[in-house]
Design a protein around this ligand. Structure first.
Ligand SMILES: [Mg+2]
Length: 276
């Protein structure tokens, strides 16, 4: 008889890697979205909030470039400037983006409810906390200081600029593995509110949990979301769940407040020999 033999990790979850905006702080992932709208407005090419959000999760320069590649945006750019947007335009907008983003980050840096409780529960299980982000290092310094003031301080943070490429490449996750001294990627769970952020975790060989409501997919601030009639919440939630599930997330929940049952389920599946 002929068989292939397959190995599976069956130890403890060693690390959880969390995204920042829309995952642990900035409910609705508002800070980047409003600044993308502003930099295009300054080029006299208005974009919608949906166009601004479409590439969310990417390195911020890549994000500006991806917006410029949307058919609708190219058409409007052509109408205004008589030519399509080019790489110099992207560089110019990125240069404007950076100070504008730095200026408004702290207006959107409140921790998402449930973050501190989730971190405490993870730490109680001996799990290390890593993090990845599409923000630049100087932006992260602001978010890290604001988060620390509110009681959240991950053990490791990796920005897109720290590695050869951002999401959906797995490099930021793998850099966390190194920084945290984790023994195997199979012992890690990546949690994110965007599709590229889930793909980043999957590409690193990790378990993934998508957050549908607190982040880019619904894209509403906490009080806006709470004020929304239940019927509308239902529609937006369903759309966000479908998007996150279709990109391959192992689990999808509303917000970070809901992750612990998933963590315990992943741990049980790992013990049974399942792989991500
Ligand atoms: Mg995010």
């Amino acid at each position: 008889m002929n068989f292939n033999y397959k190995r599976s990790y069956n130890g403890p979850i060693e690390a959880v890697l969390l995204d920042w905006a829309g995952t642990t702080l900035d409910f609705g992932c508002m800070a980047p979205a409003v600044v993308f709208v502003e930099v295009y407005k300054r080029k006299k090419v208005p974009i919608t909030i949906e166009e601004a959000r479409a590439p969310m999760g990417a390195h911020k320069r890549v994000h500006i470039q991806r917006i410029s590649e949307l058919d609708s945006v190219r058409r409007r750019w052509q109408e205004t400037h008589g030519r399509p947007p080019n790489d110099d335009d992207v560089s110019a907008m990125f240069a404007e983006f950076v100070p504008l983003q730095l200026e408004c980050l702290s207006s959107y840096s409140a921790l998402i409810p449930g973050t501190l409780e989730a971190i405490a529960a993870l730490r109680a299980r001996g799990i290390k906390i890593g993090s990845t982000t599409g923000y630049l290092t100087e932006m992260m310094k602001i978010n890290q200081a604001d988060a620390k003031r509110q009681g959240y301080e991950p053990d490791a943070t990796v920005c897109a600029a720290d590695v050869p490429a951002g999401r959906p490449y797995p490099y930021m996750c793998l850099q966390n593995v190194i920084k945290l001294g984790v023994s195997a990627v199979q012992a890690c769970v990546k949690i994110d509110d965007t599709v590229p952020g889930i793909e980043e975790g999957l590409n690193a060989g990790m378990w993934t949990i998508g957050l549908a409501v607190s982040g880019n997919e619904v894209g509403m601030m906490l009080d806006e979301w709470r004020a929304l009639p239940a019927a509308e919440q239902k529609i937006k939630r369903a759309r966000a769940y479908t998007r996150m599930q279709q990109c391959g997330a192992h689990y999808v929940v509303d917000t970070i407040a809901d992750i612990m049952p998933c963590i315990d389920d992943i741990q049980a599946r790992i013990r049974r020999g399942e792989t991500a």
